[in-house]
Design a protein around this ligand. Structure first.
Ligand code: FES
Length: 375
């Protein structure tokens, strides 16, 4: 392993896996309900202090739904005092006038509000909760408190045809940014892959709509369209490289180089309850495992593009190829690319596109009444 790595830039504080929504594309682990003992306030403050002392500058409070934590305002205040740029990633559920004022007073810099769709029906169906009107009210509240309005909508087969209406809604709500993020297939989304995967034609049409809007609206709202990498021939530079800039801490204190690392077998993830962030980042075997390029096999090892995509995503390599150290199978140079094409082919066959039950995110105890449903 080379010299000491740069310090983490981004700290993602996954405060809780609790969430009032049940989205079938959630990246949280399928067995999230087994994580019972969340870090307490003092432990989170300690994590933030250590990360900041190392040089981290951005913090994202996410989950689950971070508003489910009653100490969110206290954590934001401490992060602000430490000098972090603070981001809240929320569904809006749990936000009130009192809390948004308290978050503003605490120094929160940025709120990203997620919608599931531009229609009440699909938005509420996908979250298994009636949140559409509430989200619109929260959007107005965000504006009234003078935050930049940043909307996020995860895209998939069911809402891609609505992309123009989603943009119209963002304009109506005076969003400054709209992130149109095509589903990444991890966690619950991996479970529902065949029911969520769009066709190439759907993507082509949606991209054309986004491009038209960009020309029409200019800087009024910046549109970010995150293409699903299954349809690319090069992998995404996942996390900008393993252990390079991104440090996630899960609700139970597991420290991870990416949101999904807890699903990788054989990776002993350190816990902030037992180890210092400095050691976790600089010396723990888990963070060193895929850092840099010495772990790479061919075709990555000799690839001139390895400095750009870092071999792609370790979690995707594990899910599709069964080997986290393999070249990301999305890459056309991977000998396993055929597996991605097969997944796409299988998922977008007319038979697969016929009503299939979506499996909604829920713990085992709730599955009985949330369970599965078809569109
Ligand atoms: Fe884990 Fe990409 S999501 S490395």
């Amino acid at each position: 392993m080379s010299a000491t790595p740069n310090p983490p830039f981004w700290l993602l504080a996954e405060l809780t896996y609790r969430c009032p929504l049940h989205c079938p594309f959630c990246y949280n682990p399928l067995d999230y309900a087994k994580v019972e003992r969340e870090l307490d306030t003092a432990s989170w403050v300690d994590v933030m202090r250590q990360a900041r002392a190392m040089g981290a500058v951005q913090i994202g409070f996410s989950g689950g739904e971070p508003l489910a934590r009653e100490d969110l305002e206290e954590l934001v205040a401490e992060a602000h005092r430490l000098g972090f740029y603070t981001n809240l990633l929320t569904s809006g559920v749990g936000m009130t006038e009192r809390r948004i004022r308290a978050l503003k007073d605490a120094g929160l810099d940025h709120i990203q509000l997620s919608f599931q769709d531009s229609t009440r029906e699909l938005n509420d169906f996908l979250g298994s909760a009636k949140t559409f009107e509430l989200k619109r009210r929260i959007a107005a509240m965000i504006k009234a408190h003078d935050y930049p309005m940043v909307m996020n909508c995860v895209l998939h087969r069911h809402n891609l045809p609505h992309v123009g209406r989603i943009i119209d809604m963002a304009l109506e709500l005076e969003a400054e940014y709209l992130e149109l993020a095509n589903t990444q297939y991890y966690g619950w989304a991996w479970q529902n892959r065949d029911q969520l995967m769009p066709t190439r034609e759907q993507l082509r049409q949606a991209e054309a709509v986004v491009q038209d809007y960009r020309e029409k609206i200019g800087d009024r709202c910046r549109l970010l369209f995150v293409v699903p990498d299954y349809y690319e021939d090069r992998p995404k530079a996942c996390m900008n490289g393993w252990g390079a800039v991104f440090l996630a801490v899960a609700p139970d204190g597991l420290a991870m180089p990416c949101h999904n690392a807890r699903n990788l077998p054989g990776l002993e993830l350190p816990n902030v309850r037992d180890a210092a962030i400095d050691w976790i980042w600089n010396a723990s075997p888990a963070f060193q495992r895929y850092r840099g390029d010495s772990w790479m096999a061919e075709p990555c090892r000799s690839c001139p593009e390895k400095g750009r995509d870092f071999g792609g995503c370790r979690c995707q390599a594990y899910l599709i190829a069964g080997d986290a150290a393999a070249t990301d199978p999305v890459c056309a140079k991977s000998p396993q690319r055929g597996k991605v094409d097969e997944i796409i082919f299988h998922a977008t066959q007319p038979a697969a596109a016929a009503p299939q039950p979506l499996v909604f995110r829920a713990d085992a105890a709730s599955r009985g009444f949330i369970g599965k449903a078809s569109l």
